[in-house]
Design a protein. Sequence first.
Length: 252
Amino acid sequence: MDTFRVSGRGELHLSILIEKMRREGYEFQVSKPKVIFRYIDDKKYEPIELMTCDIPKEYLSTVMRMCGIRKADLINMQDFSSDQLRLEFQIPARGLIGFRSELLTLTKGRGIMHHLFLDYQPYKGYIPSRSRGVLIAFEDGITSTYGLYNAQGRGNLFIGPATKVYQGMIVGENKRDNDLEVNVNKKKHVTNMRASGSDEALRLEKPQDFSLEQALEFIQDDELVEITPESIRLRKKILDHHLRYQNRKNLA
């Protein structure tokens, strides 16, 4: 299998290239985007961006907390309008991965941000990644309403009924911080007995739909985005659950 390393200006720049390739009929897999570090006199340096955010004043503390986690330093704050603030930060480029979608979520779509490259500065330290694990398809097959209904109690689903899945495919986000295998293909056992409420329709929550850019933001180092002209899917790099377990033991 051929492998290529592609450099670009953030997830949006990369997603434009990926979408173009997808529309031309290519099928491929993409790993988690990473920033390019430099080493000067044996010291690690990373790219720093100058970021500007326009947000409603009511979300100031929430946005400041989010930026603090991502190692951003506030360098300026001013009133942009009667109810808007303009914040300027210096933030590591790796802290911008997933920032846009999180900002929109926290500000209910009212936050605006843009950024540009500033310079390279000494490495700022560890930035926490995604805090929750994922739900992983246990086996190949077609999803059922019954299987999805049982799985949705574990977290937020990414797929709906009658969807073709395969072992190792990511089908949702776990409520907890660990990965969990679920049987989304499970069929309801049929008997000639009727229990109270057995005929009631099973109600599924609307699955979360990922854009290409959101998918690139979501995945971790052991995961991939699978791109085809028809679909965008998330998967583990190692599909077989026994091999994944053995790999985790080796890394521990």
